[in-house]
Design a protein around this ligand. Structure first.
Ligand code: MSP
Length: 501
């Protein structure tokens, strides 16, 4: 059985989940559901990133322990992910015992391989990002994300010999053995690697107590990014010792936002190379959601709460809107009026209206429609084409294109109704009426399959109204994709799927 293993980044536990952070996870969930639908063995990993100075500071401000803060906030992430119907297989927390133990093992291993050495680091550190910046990377002397001046930090620490990976990484990327998409992001990494020396990486911090201690020097703790990246291995149950990689390694894709590209495109593969682990098959960095033209994020105070939007639009519709309003690889400014317009156009007047129209026409006089002896070639071809385009789009992470193909089928059906006028046929030609309604019910069934990864709840509703819910759930996709073999024997009118807003 083929497999599909997918990861999202783990979310900073001291931030509230916002629409930007929900974006990566919703996209990953759509892919996970699509691959499960194809019958593949899926493992979908997400979770929370729980160590570091910021977490300790936040806990102190709230008069609670860092542990309490992490428990409370990671539970909040889980709750939001449940609301958004995220079907992860494991929710890893970097405070999980197996993760902490594994990180300690790996550090010892890297030291044994002489890839870690002691030194001192002085640099410009942004507390908001929990990372050092070079002068070149600052904008007007300020952190480009937080618009705050970084502080100068000087401390004893351990370094990881990242510099030795410059050449191998360049070669891997150029040969497409380390696949970074979309191509703008690949070029960005190549540009960075070729623009100067790749410096060794400070991987420990003094005085940060809320972190995983360096096993041989407990006064230091491991840099949060090293800790965090390793979740991808502990999250699938690797203990850091055996050389047998878990079945779910390597991932087929690691989805990230473009802000954390360098960590994932340079530091992460370097660690994997030292461990002798195969590299992920693909790293895909999507664009930013912006609000008022600025990256949506806690520190800029422009966040949109995904739970509120799920109340307004419903979780299913929100998932659809979020991935279809602009292409996945690009940035997109989120505006509520655009969401309302798109909701009304695609869902209320589009899919919802079509379902209502067909079910009303079908249930007016009877509730049973059997396949005609000869199936409609035009419909059969149309459906096959839609599936082909849709699959290609999803395999290329073009969610907006996949949604476009679904919408195209909806328009095709609407035009078919206008053209055939089944209400007239009912009076004039019962046989034709029967065939037309059958084609439309069959199209709704296909639409329910097609929207399933995006809107699992609404997909089920359509199956239910068509009276085929349990039968369709048992089918493999290849069976579901066939045209004209289902008997509709208990069609009901159902409820309005997407009330107008
Ligand atoms: N904890 C780190 C990741 C460690 S992974 C080893 C982190 N966390 S985060 O909570 O800030 O971001 C998590 C994900 O949400 C990232 O993929 C990030 O790009 C994404 N987004 C956060 N804000 C975003 C937008 N405004 N728009 C789109 N995605 C954004 O980084």
């Amino acid at each position: 059985m083929s497999k599909f293993y997918i990861t999202t980044p783990i979310y900073y536990v001291n931030a509230r989940p916002h629409l930007g952070s929900a974006y990566t996870t919703i996209a990953a969930d759509i892919l996970a559901r699509w691959h499960r639908m194809k019958g593949e063995k899926v493992f979908f990993l997400t979770g929370t990133d729980e160590h570091g100075e910021k977490v300790a500071q936040a806990a102190q401000e709230q008069n609670i322990t860092p542990h309490e803060l992490c428990d409370r906030n990671s539970a909040k992430f889980k709750q939001v992910f449940d609301t958004l119907k995220i079907s992860y297989d494991r929710f890893i927390r970097t405070t999980d015992r197996n993760h902490e133990d594994m990180v300690a093992h790996i550090l010892k291993d890297l030291k044994k391989k002489k890839l870690i050495y002691a030194g001192a680091y002085e640099g410009l550190y942004c507390v908001g990002c929990e990372r050092y910046y070079t002068v070149k990377e600052l904008v007007d002397d300020k952190c480009p994300l937080h618009h705050q001046k970084p502080i100068t930090l000087s401390e004893n620490c351990y370094f990881f010999k990242l510099s030795v990976f410059k050449k191998p990484l360049l070669q891997l990327i150029r040969n497409n053995d380390w696949v970074i998409e979309p191509k703008e992001r690949k070029n960005e990494v190549l540009g960075f690697l070729t623009s100067g020396e790749l410096e060794d990486l400070a991987i420990s911090r003094e005085k940060v107590e809320w972190g995983i201690p360096i096993p041989w020097e407990k006064s230091q703790s491991v840099y949060v990014w090293i800790d965090a990246l390793l979740n991808y291995l502990s999250g699938i149950g690797w203990d850091g010792k055996t050389k047998k990689w878990p079945e779910a390694w390597p991932p087929d894709v690691q989805l990230i936002g473009k802000d954390i590209l360098r960590f994932h495109a340079i530091i992460w593969p370097a660690i994997l190379l030292t461990l002798g682990a195969p590299l992920p098959k693909k790293l895909y960095a999507h664009g930013f959601l912006t609000s008022g033209g600025k990256k949506m994020g806690k520190s800029l105070g422009n966040i949109i709460d995904p739970e509120e939007l799920a109340v307004t639009f419903g979780a299913d519709a929100l998932r659809w809107l979020l991935v279809s309003t602009f292409p996945f690889g690009s940035d997109g400014d989120i505006s509520m009026s655009r969401f309302y317009d798109k909701y009304n156009a695609d869902l209320s007047n589009g899919l919802g209206n079509l379902v209502r129209r067909v079910l009303t026409l079908a249930t007016k006089n009877k509730d049973t429609f059997l396949p005609p002896s000869v199936s409609d070639v035009r419909f059969k071809q149309k459906i096959n084409l839609v599936w082909q385009d849709y699959e290609k789009a999803l395999d290329d992470f073009k969610f907006e294109a996949a949604v476009g193909h679904i919408s195209n089928l909806i328009t095709f059906c609407d035009r078919y109704i206008d053209h055939k006028k089944p209400w007239k046929l009912f009076k004039e030609n019962k046989d034709s009426y029967q065939k037309v309604i059958y084609n439309l019910l069959e199209s709704l069934r296909h639409l329910a399959w097609l929207i399933n990864p995006f809107m699992p709840g609404k997909s089920n509703d359509i199956f239910k109204y068509l009276g085929i819910e349990s039968a369709e759930k048992k089918k493999p996709l290849t069976q579901g994709q066939k045209w004209g073999q289902v008997d509709f024997i208990k069609v009901t009118q159902g409820e309005i799927l997407f009330p107008k807003l």
